[in-house]
Design a protein around this ligand. Structure first.
Ligand SMILES: NC(=O)c1ccc[n+]([C@@H]2O[C@H](COP(=O)([O-])OP(=O)(O)OC[C@H]3O[C@@H](n4cnc5c(N)ncnc54)[C@H](O)[C@@H]3O)[C@@H](O)[C@H]2O)c1
Length: 266
């Protein structure tokens, strides 16, 4: 059966993952894209983690390449773009998945260097990867960019820097969609909600000093939709749709994947 991304080449940033019990968003997106026929450049500053994703993909007989880069650095984004072109000859899809949460702190307690780091990872990285990938997509006559934002961009959260940086990702998404729509480049973002991923469960349970099961139960009851939290596969299937030609008339969209959490106002 034909894959939904047959013949496409994708770059996924943050294609490794935080170690834990479950699969992370970047790894699930990479695996699903490969299963659907894409060749994938697996970018991560932690090469060993990207290589684990590579092994999962190649074990299924699909093609990928793990590549070490820190996407907060312009030169690494340039190298990442060149590596993709050298190995796969083109770039059809860019998924800006890297992200970091930080502590639930307001301006009084949050350190300036943490604010800068969170903005660099979450927002500046989108600017920098776009800087190098967009000219290539323009030369090819089009492409697709998917930014992994967060429902935190629009919901109340005490994580000030995280929320503000994800709101910036949404703004970048809409600006790029308008700027590059005439060139055939679609730009959309996904806002995952409460997900059962290591970034959330391992990261937050450690930060708050509570057990993973306690945290899972607490998060599950905040989700309106029956079944509790989502998983990285929910993010990945949304990304697959947006990356595929099925979404050819969709650009500038900011899609919640959150079991209805953002629909509950008041
Ligand atoms: N997990 C959730 O509950 C949740 C909810 C909402 C939004 N998100 C968003 O999903 C995205 C990532 O999810 P994930 O599950 O893949 O996270 P993850 O922590 O499992 O994986 C992120 C990967 O990015 C890599 N990375 C971090 N900074 C980097 C940098 N500067 N350059 C290159 N690589 C870097 C890390 O090494 C890691 O392998 C983030 O943007 C996050 O904000 C997650």
């Amino acid at each position: 059966m034909a894959g939904r991304l047959d013949g496409k080449v994708a770059i996924v940033t943050g294609a490794g993952q935080t170690p834990g019990d479950t699969i992370g968003n970047g790894r699930a997106i990479s695996l699903l894209f490969a299963r659907e026929g894409a060749r994938v450049l697996l970018v991560d500053k932690n090469l060993a983690s990207a290589q684990e994703t590579y092994l999962l993909i190649t074990r299924e007989g699909k093609d990928a390449l793990a590549f070490e880069a820190d996407v907060t650095r312009a030169d690494d984004c340039r190298r990442m773009t060149e590596a993709c072109l050298e190995r796969f000859g083109k770039i059809d899809i860019l998924v800006n998945n890297v992200g970091t949460g930080g502590e639930a702190l307001g301006p009084v307690k949050l350190k300036e260097e943490d604010w800068d780091r969170i903005f660099a990872v979450n927002a500046k990285s989108v600017f920098l990867t776009s800087k190098y990938v967009i000219p290539r997509m323009e030369a090819q006559g089009g492409g697709v960019i998917i930014n992994i934002s967060s429902i935190a961009a629009v919901c109340a959260t005490p994580m000030l820097a995280y929320r503000s940086s994800k709101a910036a990702v949404n703004a970048l998404t809409q600006s790029l969609a308008i700027m590059y729509g005439p060139l055939g480049i679609r730009v959309n973002s996904i806002m995952p909600g409460l997900m059962d991923t290591p970034m959330a469960i391992e990261g937050i349970s450690r930060a708050r000093g509570i057990s993973k099961e306690e945290l899972r139960a607490e998060r599950a009851q905040r989700v309106p939709l029956k079944g509790g939290m989502g998983t990285a596969w929910d993010t990945a299937y949304a990304a697959l749709f947006l990356a595929s030609d099925e979404a050819k008339f969709i650009t500038g969209a900011i899609l919640p994947v959150d079991g209805g959490q953002s629909a509950r106002i008041g």
